[in-house]
Ligand binder design. Structure first.
Ligand code: AMP
Ligand code: GLY
Length: 421
């Protein structure tokens, strides 16, 4: 098969790396891709938002399957454009991607279907939102309805923060049109985990549960980021909880989508809080997680093409889907991220880091300048490591990270702490 991967981050690098090992894949293109993919993919000078140029390329180059990494093109309807032209693409159409693109739609769908999610109200008027806040009290969570690059949710432990969040989103428009509407929901406490399922309409293949570390600094301090590191599997999640997630969250969400006449082919990646009252959905995403994918691809034993295609080519053997052991991914970020940061800084040590047993370094925000690898984003590299135990995977990731350097480099030192007990 000839495949095209859309996106440019470490998630897409991990997918490309795993696709390159597939018996079924003969040629890989990436658009726009990144320097880390060059050993196994041809990178195209096309941006993820150029839907019709990408579809034309897929037609002319006889691409058998296009795989979409980020949410923006999915929410914008790239899959609809491809399917209208008879092209196979992995990722939901705009109607399905609205599950991620509109928190109000997601909450409505879940509440109507009885899928566990926090109590909420939607507002398009700041005065009404503020009045509701006064009546409800803190702690409370204020979220921009649309996509705000993972920064649109404000967990307000006090009323001042809550009022300020409404003002920023609805009046000052710090997230632009993503703040046309807001969702205000009850504050939940517990362990936050990620569930990833490959979906084909009503059928799904659940992948290993993951735990991300969203805050920038150790001990969950600092601002929310796109994700500072992940580990999998999760030793603290019981089988019954996992089964509840499959049945009452994944299957139930797919059924609710089907009832709305929305076929869902792609990834359902949900952030779930394990509360004292059971698992509750914080949000649904309609694409692979980043940095979840880096850890998952490293642990996956099965041909990734068979996983993406599971409903058509299989049955996949669940007992041999994964390698034994654990995997982690660790984000190496620019100093200042998720705020402002410098780019163009030389990166050293990636080849040395890749020599650590069980380690794969994936590129997140890098560029080549006169043959020198330089920083080009907030999250710069993602160090993924596999080990026979979680301890070994974590140690390998940190040993590799210590070999890498660029000015201002930052990473958390406590990834997988919850799993190490
Ligand atoms: P979201 O963009 O909805 O995933 O929210 C970003 C982060 O805010 C989540 O990963 C949680 O850590 C936190 N969060 C979101 N909703 C809630 C909630 N209802 N209660 C507590 N924390 C939340
Ligand atoms: N790991 C967070 C995300 O992909 O949204």
């Amino acid at each position: 098969m000839r495949v095209l991967v859309i996106g440019s981050g470490a998630r897409e690098h991990a997918l490309v790396w795993k696709l390159a090992q597939s018996q079924r894949v003969s040629h890989i293109y990436a658009a726009p891709g990144n320097p880390g993919m060059l050993p196994y993919a041809e990178c195209l000078p096309l941006a993820a938002r150029q839907f019709s140029a990408l579809a034309t390329f897929a037609e002319h180059s006889h691409i058998d399957l296009t795989i979409v990494g980020p949410e923006d093109p999915l929410v914008g309807g790239i899959s609809d454009v491809f399917r209208e032209r008879g092209l196979r693409i992995f990722g939901p159409g705009a109607a399905g991607a609205a599950l991620e693109g509109s928190k109000a739609f997601a909450k409505e769908l879940m509440t109507a279907a009885g899928i566990p999610t926090a109590q909420y109200r939607t507002f398009t008027d700041a005065h009404a939102a503020l009045a509701y806040l006064e009546q409800h009290g803190a702690p409370i969570v204020v979220k921009a309805d649309g996509n705000a690059a993972g920064k649109g949710a404000i967990v307000a432990l006090d009323m001042g923060t809550a009022r300020n969040a409404v003002g920023q989103i609805m009046t000052e428009r710090v997230f632009g049109s993503a703040g046309d509407a807001i969702v205000i929901e009850d504050y939940l406490q517990g362990d936050e985990i990620g569930s990833t399922a490959i979906c084909n309409g009503i059928h799904y293949l659940p992948l290993m549960l993951t735990q991300d570390h969203k805050r920038a600094f150790d001990g969950d301090q600092g601002l929310n980021t796109g994700g500072m590191g992940v580990f999998t599997p999760l030793p603290f999640v019981e089988r019954a909880t996992e089964m509840f997630i499959y049945r009452n969250i994944i299957a139930a969400t797919l059924q609710a989508l089907k009832a709305h006449n929305i076929p869902f082919y792609g990834v359902l990646y949900s952030n779930i809080m394990l509360t004292s009252k059971g698992p509750i959905v914080l949000e649904h995403n309609t694409r692979f997680g980043d940095p979840e994918t880096q850890a998952l691809m490293l642990l996956l034993r099965e041909d990734v093409m068979n996983v993406l295609d599971f409903a058509e080519t299989m049955p996949v053997k669940l007992d041999t889907l994964w390698q034994p052991g654990s995997a982690v991914s660790l984000s190496l970020v620019s100093g200042g991220y998720p705020g402002s940061y410098h780019t163009g800084l030389p990166i050293t040590g990636v080849a040395e880091a890749n020599k650590v047993e069980g380690v794969q370094v994936f590129h997140a925000g890098t560029a080549l300048r006169d043959g020198q690898l330089v920083t080009a984003g907030g999250r710069v590299l993602s160090v993924a490591a596999h080990g026979t135990t979680l301890r070994e995977a974590v140690d390998r990731a940190y040993e590799a990270a210590a070999r890498i350097d660029f000015e201002g480099i930052h990473y958390r030192r406590d990834i997988a702490k919850r799993g190490l007990g």
